[in-house]
Design a protein around this ligand. Structure first.
Ligand code: HEM
Length: 407
């Protein structure tokens, strides 16, 4: 039977890595037909992925950047949301948004994230199994986003829940499928909520990103419209909550499956730098990145026609043996580690530094407090063809005796 990479059940059941590996070995440029007609090319080799990222003129992002957006022709956010923009529009929006996402500015968020990490880990270490996704990963990402966007702490849970629903995730042990109308409602709730905050910030600016965007001007003197600000806030929630939460969850999964690597890291804390990248390579939360060809071109001897969709599958591109020796081994000391988890080229992730710092904080605080991480019972993989990860991860943290004293 033909492999259908667009089928979310593939990832919910097994994670889909075996199918992706098969394609990488046998059909590196694979035409994935869709039941409803049409289809997309699936690239599973690193060199082919780089070719797409390095040929921005041959592709557009305006018709969607992930398989989940495939049936839509013209997206309402095209040319307004950074990641769904090309060339001139992309440069214009990036000039404004990127100014507020530099390490210098983001640094201020980190003490609060560290405090939240300590609090959450202290609460759950040696406790009954708890859901790592909700209790630790989400708490950390929402603490960072709360500070970045100026979300009131009383609203953090609601914003997290709307964001998750907007991306089709369900949290907790019960299996549920988010309906298209629930997705639409959650998107509306997010827009209404942030439109309200934006209106307040225009009247009374505060030291947060929404205030900055509302009053920001690019070098050419242009300003983002309210609609553009709201679309880009949506993008920050996607990266800052949905993707980063899965990278943090991936940390627990990886160390639960590789306790030897956890011991190695705890014995040698200087490995934290390489460990961060290895978790990012391994967890690859953005399952795929998509482009639409604007001209005919060849990839790996296959003709891609103008108008066709091309997709890059990050979990397997990050496990390409020709670039990563022993690619299917999780190695916290791996170096070099040129994973494509954050993409490449002009759309390279603007939140990469922040996501890396959140991972660093999680690893450091866990290493001080937990001698082992164990995923117990049945974890539930996300039923999503966009985010690769887990909706529910029952976990135990075993105390590291002396951890608190060491601080
Ligand atoms: C581990 C966590 C994250 C992952 C895996 C991730 C992944 C990605 C990927 C693959 C892209 C490129 C998409 C493309 O080429 O079409 C991207 C772009 C972007 N990400 Fe992230 N991201 C993460 C965290 C964040 C965070 C924390 C933020 C901000 C709070 C963020 C904000 C953005 C923005 C603004 C872009 C658009 C850049 C552009 O189009 O120029 N991301 N991200």
């Amino acid at each position: 039977m033909a492999i259908d990479l667009a089928d979310p059940d593939l990832y919910a059941s097994t994670g889909g890595l075996a199918e992706l590996r098969f394609l990488q070995q046998r059909h590196p440029v694979y035409w994935n037909g869709l039941r409803e007609g049409g289809g997309f090319w699936a690239l599973t080799r690193y060199a082919d992925a780089l070719k797409v990222y390095r040929s921005p003129r041959a592709f557009t992002s305006e018709q969607g950047i992930q398989v989940g957006q495939i049936s839509t022709d013209r997206l309402p956010a095209a040319g307004k949301m950074l990641v769904l923009s090309d060339r001139g529009e992309h440069r214009r929006i990036k000039a404004i948004v990127s100014r507020h996402l530099t390490p210098g500015g983001l640094h201020e968020l980190l003490p609060e994230v560290r405090r939240a990490a300590r609090e959450a880990i202290d609460e759950f270490v040696d406790s009954e199994p708890f859901d790592f996704v909700t209790e630790i990963a989400s708490r950390l990402t929402m603490t960072a986003l709360g500070g970045l966007l100026g979300i009131a702490s009383a609203d953090l849970r609601s914003v997290a829940r709307w964001t998750e629903t907007a991306f089709g995730s369900t949290t907790g042990p019960d299996v549920g499928v988010v309906s298209p109308s629930e997705v639409m409602t959650a998107n509306t709730q997010l827009f209404v909520y942030f439109a309200g905050v934006l209106a307040q910030r225009k009247k009374a600016p505060r030291p947060d990103l929404l205030s900055a965007l509302a009053n920001s001007r690019s070098t050419s003197g242009e300003q983002l419209s309210d609609e553009e600000i709201l679309f880009n806030v949506h993008l920050l929630l996607a990266g800052g909550h949905e993707s980063t939460r899965q990278a943090l969850t991936g940390c627990a999964v990886a160390f639960s499956e590789h306790p030897d690597q956890w011991q190695r890291l705890r014995n040698d804390p200087s490995l934290v730098e390489t460990a961060i990248d290895e978790i990012l390579r391994w967890s690859a939360p953005s399952l795929n990145v998509m482009r639409t060809a604007t001209e005919d071109l060849e990839i790996n001897d296959t003709l891609i026609k103008k108008g066709q969709r091309v997709t890059i599958w990050n979990p397997i591109v990050n496990r390409d043996e020709s670039v990563f020796p022993q690619a299917h081994t999780f190695d916290v000391g791996r170096q070099p580690n040129r994973h494509l988890t954050f993409g490449a080229g002009s759309h390279f992730c603007l939140g990469a530094w922040l996501a890396q710092q959140e991972l660093r904080i999680l690893i450091e605080e866990l290493a001080l407090r937990a001698s082992r991480l164990e995923v117990t019972g049945s974890a539930r993989r996300s039923r999503s063809n966009r985010t690769w990860g887990f909706d529910y991860l029952p976990t135990r943290l075993l105390r590291y005796e002396g951890g608190h004293d060491a601080k």
